[in-house]
Design a protein around this ligand. Structure first.
Ligand SMILES: [Cu+2]
Length: 317
């Protein structure tokens, strides 16, 4: 099946950079949030001292290492407002190996251990490679006939370590960057994780994200907010000229239905193709290809091509 998905895109221009933010809605129910960094590299005049901080990119310019970080608020309501956050921890157990000829032989196998996060401090997550786990969110009252919670899962595809030590200088202004994700009880007074003053108010913050966690409220069966931090370390290189490219600088996270639907909801898509070896040939069946003349959702035709060729000013209609 062709992976057709809906993209809601906005572009945030901050000084030299353009941050392309995509909200992608896939046919299997997954929502992806993707941050793509592009724009002009911020450069300085080159001197030998600068070599410690970045690469010389051109005759007289150097571009310093920096980190792009993004914070997203996902106000989750999975089958209602009363939600819980649970991790499915992937662990190993050792069991006797009855099939081995060696005496006292054992083998290791993986198993799953579920762990409900009960308070905001328990739910402030710092990634650890040694403790792999899934992160799911669900309403405890809505389980399927097998007892599985109808959940959504967070898939984090773009985490980065923020390197300024906690509490140093202006680091408290981005206390949200300490966690790869955090889960808090939803409150009208905790609408945002930052403010337009955050660059200047570290000693007495208008918005202090760490404070949302420090009061350590109960988050079991509550209206929850999931905060997700994305980031990339960017050590600019010559191929960032003339513009930084988005490919390779595009962290994302996904919210995936997890035992939420009885099967892959993309099965309802009308544009599937089935290919099957049959009768010493290949049998191809196309499902539900819409009759173009009856199609009620045909994209409007544009004359971009002609406008580009005639070098007239592009006007987006
Ligand atoms: Cu950059």
């Amino acid at each position: 099946m062709v992976n057709v998905f809906l993209v809601l895109r906005t572009i945030v221009t901050v000084v030299n950079y353009d941050y392309v933010l995509d909200f992608r809605f896939y046919q299997n129910g997954v929502v992806e949030v993707k941050s793509m960094s592009t724009g002009y590299a911020l450069t300085n005049a080159f001197s030998e001292m600068e070599k410690k901080y970045g690469f010389q990119l051109h005759e007289n310019i150097v571009a310093s290492f920096h980190t792009h970080m993004f914070h997203f608020k996902a106000d989750l309501d999975v089958k209602g407002q009363s939600n819980r956050y649970e991790t499915i921890d992937i662990k190993t157990e050792t069991t006797p190996n009855e099939f081995s000829r060696k005496i006292n032989s054992t083998y290791s196998q993986g198993y799953l251990e579920k762990s409900i996060k009960r308070t905001e401090k328990e739910a402030a997550y710092k990634f650890n490679f040694e403790t792999p786990k899934y992160h799911i969110f669900y309403n405890n009252k809505t389980r399927d006939t097998y007892g599985n919670p109808s959940a959504y899962r967070l898939i984090h595809n773009g985490m980065v370590k923020q390197i300024i030590p906690e509490g140093h200088n202006k680091e408290p202004a981005i206390s949200w960057a300490r966690y790869q994700h955090a889960v808090t009880k939803r409150k009208d007074t905790e609408a945002h994780s930052s403010s337009m003053y955050s660059m200047f108010d570290t000693d007495n913050q208008v918005v202090n994200f760490q404070g949302y966690i420090d009061d350590d409220e109960n988050i079991t069966d509550e209206d929850l907010v999931l905060w997700v931090t994305l980031g990339v370390h960017h050590i600019p290189h010559k191929e960032d000229l003339p513009l930084t490219t988005t490919t390779g600088l595009s962290p994302s996270f996904l919210l995936q239905p997890y035992n939420y639907f009885p099967e892959d909801p993309a099965m309802a898509s009308p544009n599937a193709v089935r290919i099957e070896p049959k009768d010493s040939g290949v049998y191809i069946e196309r499902y539900g290809i819409p009759d173009e003349s009856k199609n009620t959702c045909v994209p409007r035709k544009t004359n971009f091509e002609n406008k580009i060729k005639s070098k007239t000013t592009l006007i987006f209609e």
